[in-house]
Design a protein around this ligand. Structure first.
Ligand code: NAD
Length: 294
């Protein structure tokens, strides 16, 4: 368990936990590689030149290298056709060196994201977004889990923050974060509410939460008055803002300074949920490697 200090605003340190998980995965990979005869492989498909996506992809590939996962990444031109990306996915589905495939989102508008995600073989679905894996999650069955929500659950677990019987308020209902996270919390016996863009009084809802998780993408959306004293605040949001001094800065969806004064625990941005997402991606790749080869 990682250590905590004060009574309010203790940080849930995703960066430290992600490092620990990577260390454990590195050892697992070293052991398995001699039995399987090759390292695990992850293929990250990126289309176009979205600068944020380029940073994420580079981080993922660097993290792969640290734990001994081979990268089979493909960077494709913006104008590539749907059929060409699909053909590449089918080729990677058949490639025995590849255990995980991930399509970096968002994709250029002319590509149909959903049908590309469906093309990935469910047992290589490193992001856990294939309907088969989401279906397993709904049924509480084993399967590859979506990385960001799974990273949130793993972070809570590391700090011994049992969610059973707690009221968790998830703000955001995307298929990437909000919905699968609500299901994972439910699986662990939390009472779950989901708020979204049409929720009339967001504060009234978040104030009920023993755990409030924001996955929206709006800086300072959730302020101290909207959080119950002693709650756990988990910030999934990543927003780039320009400060009054003109500097560029990453912030989450919580007004961190004020919410840290009332919450018992809070995740920083950066250094909270973000690194956990990458750690769980590596974890999924190693799980597929193990499951499909032993
Ligand atoms: P999305 O745009 O698909 O979904 C946003 C959700 O927020 C929607 O469900 C919408 O209903 C809700 N919403 C919008 N305005 C709202 C409001 N005023 N009040 C309440 N709810 C509102 O986004 P997403 O893909 O789920 O990502 C959400 C955020 O999380 C983004 O900032 C994204 O960058 C970040 N993110 C971070 C990680 C990570 O690893 N930390 C991973 C994925 C996404």
């Amino acid at each position: 368990m990682l250590s905590m200090s004060s009574e309010t605003g203790s940080l849930l340190n995703g960066k430290a936990l992600a490092k620990k998980i990577q260390g454990e995965l590195k050892k697992t990979v070293e052991t398995l590689q001699s039995q399987i005869g090759r390292p695990p492989g992850l293929a990250v498909i990126m289309v176009g030149d979205n600068p944020a996506s380029a940073v994420y992809v580079r981080n993922k590939e660097k993290s792969c290298a640290k734990v001994g996962i081979a990268s089979f990444g493909r960077h494709l031109p913006t104008e590539i056709s749907q059929a060409e990306v699909e053909a590449l996915i089918h080729q990677l589905n058949e490639d025995e060196r590849v255990d995980g495939i991930l399509v970096q989102l968002p994709l250029p508008a002319h590509l149909d994201t959903v049908s590309l995600l469906h093309a990935i073989a469910p047992d290589k679905d490193a992001d856990g977004l294939h309907p088969m894996n989401l279906g397993h999650l709904i049924r509480g069955e084993e399967g590859l889990r979506s990385c960001t929500p799974w990273g949130v659950m793993r972070l809570l677990e590391e700090y011994n923050l049992d969610v059973a019987g707690k009221h968790a308020v998830v703000v955001g209902r995307s298929i990437l974060v909000g919905k699968p996270l609500a299901l994972m919390l439910l699986e662990k016996n939390a009472t779950v509410s989901i708020a979204h863009s049409r929720t009339p009084d967001l504060g009234a809802m978040t104030r009920q939460g023993d755990i409030v998780i924001a996955a929206v993408g709006k800086p300072n959306l959730i302020t101290a008055e909207m959080v119950k004293p002693g709650a756990i605040a988990i910030d999934v949001g990543i927003n780039r803002i320009i400060t009054s001094e003109g500097a560029s800065k990453l912030v989450g969806d919580f007004d961190f300074e004020s919410v840290a004064q009332v919450s018992r625990y809070i995740t920083p941005v950066p250094g909270g949920v973000g690194p956990m997402t990458v750690a769980m991606l590596l974890q999924n790749t190693v799980l597929s490697y193990q499951k499909n080869n032993l």
